[in-house]
Design a protein around this ligand. Structure first.
Ligand code: 4AD
Ligand code: MG
Length: 452
């Protein structure tokens, strides 16, 4: 018998073939004469219905056990499913005691409950759907960049610089005890990267359009619903930019193209979420996809916040950083769709942000994309490509030696350029309506938690 994946068996159009299917039992229904099983192998949300003589039942055949079923594929008389497998042999490969197994048959466990079992939650429908969507969204983002002429760069995980200058770095050291002459493995302090931007800037100076999509690390102490210590970031860098719109165009296009791809290729999985896990979110997503994302300046945002009747925990004067509560208010104010906020106070932005040279309100050509339910999804900016302005700013903070290589990029064929980073987990939260970021990553790392 040839071995089929459940998804292949479900889409079969020719029947009568003798096949083998392997997977995990999602339901067992013994009747007097017959036995019904549902077997799932992760290839799709759907499980394959197995029909057998009651004599094939076995006390080890329980919810969660692993099985290998051999039989004949038949057209199903049931309207819910077009195919079923009439089994002549059922072999329990791995048993599963249903009393000890944390998930119960026919129960819909909430995301918070299943989060307690990071090693088992992929066995639930909700989390396996999420992971298939995540995998498809990853592919969608790569195809977007490929189709638009970007070169994929593997930026390093270990680096000696702090791109964001926020001091939220994890230091990298060997685990073995150091002798005096081996005091420092890399001879300089080395860290896990917080962003691949600076390395992308190097590459944009040769390839014009580059991107990276990999893990990034931040030692943030916050126990929030949108921060992780290890998260995936999509970063793009473009040369020969004319204005901030060159960036917002790509941000919006990528968002739409990845979302459409997921809706088209993971419809069943997305439906499961929108129907049972985050009911009511589909409408929000549909309206996000209908309208062009509006754009406001930071100064306009502050005006909106100052005129609001809502009381904020953090004050909203010009120069303050936008907090999650402010971001969420702005999104609501703009019709609960994604909104770009541009031209932030110069002093709020890292050394690389391009100076707008405006006065008296001194701003940088930076942009954030704020989205419903999450707040900040993307952060980007035009980069300071003018040698004199950049070296003056680096000198001011005593970093001109550390970044002499970065200044070189402005010495040898410097061009106006810019880029952005999108938090991939926040993107998934946004399209699926998931409240907690820990529920959209296979294995979550955050302060006081690094299990498995
Ligand atoms: O706004 P950030 O800090 O921007 C940068 O790192 C730029 N260097 C990117 C660039 O221009 N190439 O981070 C970008 C995005 C944020 O908007 C947010 O969505 C996400 O990364 N992010 C996090 N996601 C999860 N957990 C965290 N701790 C995150 N910190 C940032
Ligand atoms: Mg940011």
């Amino acid at each position: 018998a040839s071995t089929l994946r459940v998804s292949e068996a479900l889409s079969a159009t020719e029947f009568g073939e003798h096949v083998k299917v392997r997977g995990w039992v999602r339901s067992v229904r013994p009747q007097k004469a017959n036995l019904f099983l549902h077997v799932n192998d992760g290839s799709s949300l759907q499980s394959l219905q197995v029909f057998a003589d009651a004599q094939l039942n076995d006390s080890l055949l329980t919810f969660g056990s692993a099985v290998e079923v051999t039989g004949v594929l038949k057209k199903s008389p049931h309207h819910k499913q077009s195919v079923e497998l009439e089994a002549d042999k059922i072999h329990v490969v791995g048993k599963c005691n249903p009393l000890d197994f944390p998930f119960k048959i026919k129960e819909r466990h909430g995301l918070e409950y299943i989060r307690q079992f990071p090693h088992l939650r992929c066995r639930t429908n909700a989390f396996s759907s999420l992971l298939r969507i995540r995998s498809e969204a990853t592919a969608a983002i790569h195809s977007y960049f490929k189709e638009n002429g970007f070169v994929h760069i593997h930026t390093p995980i270990i680096t000696s610089n702090d791109c964001e200058g926020a001091g939220e770095l994890f230091q990298v050291e060997p685990s073995w005890p150091k002798t005096e002459e081996q005091e420092n493995f890399f001879s300089v302090p080395a860290f896990l990267t917080v962003s691949g931007q600076l390395h992308l800037e190097v590459m944009s100076g040769a390839f014009s359009r580059v991107y990276t999509f990999g893990p990034t690390f931040r030692a943030e102490n916050s126990q929030s619903r949108r921060h992780l210590a290890e998260f995936y970031m999509v970063e793009a860098e473009l040369s020969f930019t004319q204005s901030i719109e060159d960036l917002t165009q790509v941000m919006e296009d990528m968002f739409r193209s990845a979302t459409e791809h997921v809706l088209a290729h993971c419809a069943e999985d997305v439906d499961l979420f929108h129907k049972h896990v985050t009911p009511g979110h589909r409408g929000t997503l549909d309206s996000m996809m209908k309208k062009k994302f509006p754009m406001i300046t930071y100064s306009e945002a502050i005006d909106i916040l100052n005129h609001s009747t809502q009381k904020f925990v953090f004050p909203t004067n010009w120069g303050c950083d936008l907090q999650t509560e402010h971001e969420k208010y702005l999104v609501k104010h703009c019709g609960n769709i994604p909104v770009f906020v541009t031209d932030y106070p110069y002093d709020l932005k890292p050394f690389y942000a391009r100076d707008n040279q405006d006065r008296p309100r001194h701003t940088a050509a930076a942009v954030d994309l704020l989205v419903p339910g999450v707040g900040e999804l993307c952060g980007g900016s035009l980069r300071e490509e003018r040698l004199d302005l950049l070296s003056a700013r680096l000198e001011k903070v005593g970093l001109e030696d550390t970044y002499s290589w970065y200044l070189d990029l402005r010495r040898f064929g410097s061009v106006p350029h810019g880029g952005f980073g999108l938090g991939f987990e926040r993107f998934l939260q946004c399209i699926l309506g998931v409240d907690n970021i820990k529920d959209v990553i296979p294995f979550a790392r955050f302060s006081h938690s690094c299990v498995l």
